[in-house]
Write a protein that binds this ligand. Sequence first.
Ligand code: SF4
Length: 622
Amino acid sequence: MDFNRKTPCVLLLTPPMVQLNTPYPATPVLAGFLKEHGVEAHQADLSLEVALRLFTPETVEEAVRRLPKGRVPRKLAGFAANARGYCDNVAPVVRFLQGAAPELAWRFSRPGALPEGPHFRELTPDEEGDPEETLLALCGPQGIEGRAKIRASLFLDDLAGYLSATLDPDFAFARYAEHLAVAAPSFDPILRRLEGPASYIDAILDDLVAEQLRRFHPDYVGVTVPFPGTVYGAFRIARAVRRLAPGVRTLLGGGYVNSELRDLTDERVFDYFDFISYDEGFAPLLGILGLGPRVRTRVRGTSPADVANGKCAGVAPEPCRVRVSDYTDLDLGRYLSLVETSNPMHRLWSDGRWLKVQLASGCYWHRCRFCDVALDYIGRYAMPDPRQAVDAMLAMRGATGIGAFHFTDEAVPPSLCRAISDEILARGEKIVWWGNIRFDKGFTPDLAARMAEAGCIAVTGGLECACDRLLALMDKGITCAGARAVCEAFADAGVLVHAYLMYDYPSETIAETIEALDFVRGLFADGCLQSAFWHRFALTVHSPLAARPPKGLVPGRPAKPRHGRFALNEISYTYAGGKAGEIIGKALSLATYNYMLGRGLDMPAKVWFANLRKGATWAGKP
Ligand code: SF4
């Protein structure tokens, strides 16, 4: 802590593990906001930093040293046999995926240039397939860089698996110790792990925190937790801050807090974090720093009711505007562009640097019965001025040199898409963007073409159960035919489409699920859907379904942990009509995985269900 400083210094940290190709948006947007208010703000992405420390020759050598003596388990045999290859290539692969050594494409594009472990099987579509033919078909004969990126990414995927097996079983790309925070009514498992022996990654993280404290001398350290796979890392960071700089105040916020920690009563959490802030972090941060009223913030001794409607309840939200994120402390050239799939839509999540922008607050529809519409981030909708939104995007491009944007809204409405597109075109700007929408009939062919002209390359949206009866039941406000028309409009405009799909909705029959898969297959076959993902239905406490369950659905009672509650979001339930088995989800994923690679599009959907029962593999032919 620096006692000569007049304004507080805030250090904002992203814990491990989140995506590695681009910064997670919370710290840049909050840093920009704090600087606007004259606060000294810094940030560090400890997710990227952990990954960059793991993917080094030294760490690989340590992993080799930890290989079991004598007979090596089968899953590590490839690593043991090619240890030198992994050691020698890890640093050049990282540099290449950071975009720093494009000439290495000529080397990595060649088969056998890198050790080829289990993930390289992805390149072989079936028993007869030739991996090189597959790559050539996917990237084209001139696609040297594309082929090299896929091989280099698969090399890191393999290595991540080997490091996890030798150094820290809780490590995976995009999550760390996730099991401790998924459906976690009690804080006990996290606490036990925090106070137990440090794992390999724990030690790296402790060291990184010490480094950041020495670098910035903050008065406050804020940590964001977007999802369960970052929660343990966030508490590990707070633990390190407590031990290294006990006078520094710690704060926690983010998506996991907003949806899972609203009913928190376990006071032991406050041994690690002084403040927990809910919903949009802007006003709570000012309150914590003494620059505004204390709002939507929990401290030791408060209760969930205090945040919901009591003494620290929210003030009226500011008018909606797009924030200019600040990337000053983040070296964007160190992020890794990973291409684990040839599917052009699917790779957008891991390839390339996208500046994340939230246009509107909340969801303009906010009616779906399975969705957390009772929460502020969905239920409170406000739209920005399109001119101000484009001004903010251009300011971010000016500061970073990057003109590629990912709109992270719950669902950008057609009217806002049109207004943003008109504004971009009126200014003659050349930028690229993609984001979440609803398959709303307002997305006409004319609007899709306008969006494409303004730089829209892809949209993602919820097609959910892809069944008219269920779409009506969940109040999704769309039909299959309407969604197909929207997908066709985007396809005709050259815009890629990804669909979020759901199965096992209460009352859904197996016949409806198979029909839904057939509908999805048709979209892929006709070129109006490029990628999709199936989620199993989950009942959450903040949804209308849990608040007013339909006949036959009985929500379970949440457990009551001895020391008070930690997280609460998804709840168990029984449904009189039964539930789909695991095999249904596997069949849906297997089919969709193949559709995304252009395979199996001429076969009826039911084949995948019958085939899986016979023991087919994920990448197998039906
Ligand atoms: S599921 Fe999507 S469209 Fe429906 S209310 Fe939630 S955010 Fe809005």
